[in-house]
Design a protein. Structure first.
Lengths: 635, 107
């Protein structure tokens, strides 16, 4: 078997395994037990991971890590425009395949314990496999249209899973919100593709990227802006971020899947994948970086006042994705991708430990009632601590290795580079503060009355084995997973990705910049932890109450309210105006009028029908006579 | 055979008689109320028409009119069957044999 054909086979098998799992569960229906459905799903995603590893090994053995395209068939054709059902296995997609299927498999495994006893487990596992399939299609898509198909399917799967508990109105509303905001991004991406088709007649990666170099700057900017719109919506960056916290309505493993392995990372992947376009539109790329910088600050601030354990973690995701956007936006694509990798580990870990707590406390999610849970759940406590330290970026945990290069890479960009740098450093402080606020509120100390009353163990352990094993594995990954790259000394990931998305020269910090930034980031992160200890741990420091600021943060900077006032209410007002002013008086009234007029005309005409035979005969004869006379006269 | 060699009165006399028959029939249809008589009057009208057809056919020297008259007779026979059937049906249901009172279809 040649390396090309093994690579192709690995790509297709990795892609289709989760889909096969979905189809099996759906066709099985009630004939298979819930347990079987759960294990089919886990096995299908696990198989995808095995194939991804195979693909990675083969690709690693090739000279230059040369990727390969594989087309199943021509999917659609219009004149010269042709799109094939095509996948691409190259270093970038191989890395994403490993993350998506690997972390995805752990999350699906965890779901077996978490969703045990739910009424619709089979449907849940079918959706989970489908979600992984959609994301794999997105990252393996060999041209922009297949990428967009995966992009749309990811939106659909997230809709199905966020609204999984469909008897809850809030879950249904959250699902719709996520879908609509994502559809906006899909729309801008589709527009960008139309522009590309108009100019290059193709959506192949290679052709499109080459064509872009010859286009006017405005056109390239528009294309990049459309792509950025899609990335921003999918990755929940400002201004399309409001769906992400609401998406916490879904089951906790779904949150973990959305935040760690799939979906929100798609934006970073898109920027890295289409980096040749973004490099031609450097302004837009820097706007992406600025969006990331802004989001990481705003999300970090909002996370400070959240009281729902999952929402705190959700905002930390937004903030960390902000770092990835910052890294990819300034041109250090591999930095963004590396942070995506470590983030997948520690964020999945944090969600899973949160899920263990939520399970043990009978679905309670309010951190103010969880005080002292740590003494009852020591395993969960230490695992969470590992995830939290990785999130803050304390060495030697994984976040340290991936976050610092991002911040350091902004330094060569002039004045806005310094702004980005300052945002990144401030974000590190906020990360330490909100993460350890969560830690000090939930874990240490004597268990609260609520915890003592509601806490229960599962078969003498802190949770089913299917939940504890993935948590253990991810704890190891979150702790040691960052060691695979330590710039500037040891950069296997950057080298791996250099053939697809090479780091721009401007995003290469000097070693001094790297060390100084690392030191400052760690110090600031630890300062954040210390501040959290002072306020929430020892209670020696009281937070000055500024009502206006608190309200601002509790209302999440009024984004929802603003969108409500800007889009929702005008639309409702417009439609109700159209109803009262157009629909009712014009359209409905016209229909009524036509009916009435017909009735009245009929009433008038019916008098002509006398029913008298002789009258008819006379009229007939008169008519004939008139015609005869006319005939004679006109002849 | 041409008009000049035709024996008997000229074609205009035939047409006069035909017109008279037609007028008598029409008058009967208009003024009589008994459906039986109305049908009878209709037959007179048809025969007036037939006479005109045959006379003109002879006058022009073309047999088409006469063929046509035969057709009219066949139709008239059929029409009488239907008409008389209706009259019998009306009588059976003990309705008045008066076309003015049979006005169910008044709008």
């Amino acid at each position: 078997m040649t390396t090309t054909s093994s690579l192709t086979a690995a790509g297709w098998l990795c892609l289709t395994a989760p889909l096969a799992g979905t189809i099996l569960i759906l066709l099985g229906g009630t004939r298979i037990s819930r347990r079987v459905a759960a294990w089919v799903s886990t096995a299908s995603v696990g198989a995808a991971f095995a194939f991804a590893v195979w693909g990675f090994v083969v690709l690693h053995g090739r000279s230059g890590h040369l990727g390969t395209y594989a087309t199943a068939w021509t999917w659609l054709q219009a004149g010269n425009f042709k799109v094939g059902l095509e996948i691409l296995v190259d270093p970038l997609s191989s890395m994403m395949m490993l993350i998506v299927s690997g972390v995805g498999a752990l999350i699906v495994l965890y779901s077996i314990g978490y969703m045990d006893g739910d009424d619709e487990e089979r449907r849940y596992f079918a959706y989970m496999s489908f979600f992984v399939f959609s994301m794999l299609l997105l990252v393996e898509g060999g041209n922009l249209l297949i990428l967009l198909v995966g992009w749309g399917l990811v939106g659909l799967s997230s809709y199905l899973l966020i609204g999984f508990w469909h008897e809850r109105p809030s879950a249904v509303a959250a699902a719709k919100k996520a879908f609509i905001m994502n559809a906006f991004g899909d729309g801008t991406m589709a527009l960008a593709f139309f522009v590309l088709i108009a100019h290059s007649g193709s959506l192949e990666f290679g052709t499109s990227f080459q064509t872009v170099t010859g286009l006017p700057q405005t056109t390239v900017d528009l294309v990049a802006l459309g792509l950025l719109g899609g990335a921003v919506a999918k990755s929940a960056q400002i201004p399309l971020q409001t769906w992400l916290p609401d998406a916490m309505e879904g089951p906790t493993p779904v949150s973990a899947l959305i935040h760690a392995a799939t979906m929100v990372t798609a934006g970073v992947y898109l920027i890295a994948r289409t980096s040749p376009i973004f490099e031609q539109a450097r302004t837009i790329e820097l706007i992406a970086a600025g969006t990331g910088a802004l989001t990481l600050l705003v999300a970090g601030l909002i996370a400070l006042v959240q009281t729902d354990i999952k929402r705190v973690i959700a905002y930390s995701t937004m903030s960390q994705i902000g770092y990835m956007f910052l890294g990819a936006g300034v041109g250090g694509y591999s930095n963004g991708m590396f942070h995506l990798l470590t983030h997948a580990f520690f964020k999945a870990l944090l969600f899973m430990t949160a899920g263990l707590i939520i399970h043990a406390l009978a679905d309670e999610q309010d951190i103010r009632r969880m005080r002292g849970i740590g003494s009852l759940m020591p395993f969960t406590k230490w695992c969470f601590l590992a995830g939290a330290l990785a999130l803050v970026g304390v060495p030697p945990f994984s976040g340290f290795f991936s976050k610092d290069p991002i911040i350091a890479s902004t330094l060569n960009l002039g004045w806005y580079g310094w702004v980005f740098w300052a945002c990144g450093i401030a974000g590190a402080f906020l990360t330490g503060l909100y993460t350890f606020r969560l830690w000090y509120l939930v874990f240490p100390g004597e268990p609260s009355a609520f915890v003592r009353e509601h806490h229960h163990r599962y078969a003498g352990r802190e949770g089913p084995l299917t939940m504890l094993v993935p948590v253990g594995v991810l704890t190891l990954l979150a702790t040691f997973g960052g060691w695979i790259q330590w710039p500037p000394h040891w950069t296997p990931i950057t080298n791996w990705l250099s053939s697809v998305a090479p780091t721009l020269a401007v995003a290469e910090p000097t070693s001094t910049q790297e060390y100084v930034t690392s030191a400052i980031t760690v110090l600031v992160g630890v300062a954040g932890i210390a501040a959290a200890y002072a306020v929430y741990g020892s209670k020696r420091l009281a937070v000055p109450d500024v009502p206006a600021l608190r309200r601002l943060l509790e209302h999440k900077f009024y984004f929802d309210e603003a969108y409500d006032a800007l889009f929702y209410r005008p639309t409702v007002a417009l439609t109700s105006m159209l109803r009262t002013q157009v629909e009712e008086p014009v359209i409905l009234q016209t229909a009524t009028d036509v009916g009435t007029t017909t009735l009245e005309a009929g009433g008038a005409v019916r008098r002509l029908q006398t029913g008298l035979l002789r009258t008819y005969a006379l009229l007939l004869a008169t008519g004939a006579a008139v015609l005869a006379v006319l005939f004679l006269v006109l002849r | 055979m041409t008009a000049a060699t035709l024996l008997g009165p000229g074609v205009s006399w035939y047409l006069c008689v035909a017109g008279f028959l037609f007028a008598v029939g029409a008058l009967g249809v208009f003024v009589r109320r008994n459906p039986l008589i109305v049908l009878l009057s209709l037959e007179i009208m048809l025969n007036g028409g037939n006479l005109a057809l045959v006379a003109l056919s002879r006058h022009v020297g073309n047999g088409d009119g006469q063929i046509f008259a035969l057709g009219v007779m066949a139709v008239a026979a059929a029409e009488v069957c239907v008409g008389l059937g209706l009259v019998v049906a009306i009588h059976r249901r003990r309705l008045a044999l008066d076309v003015d009172r049979l006005s169910e279809l008044r709008g």
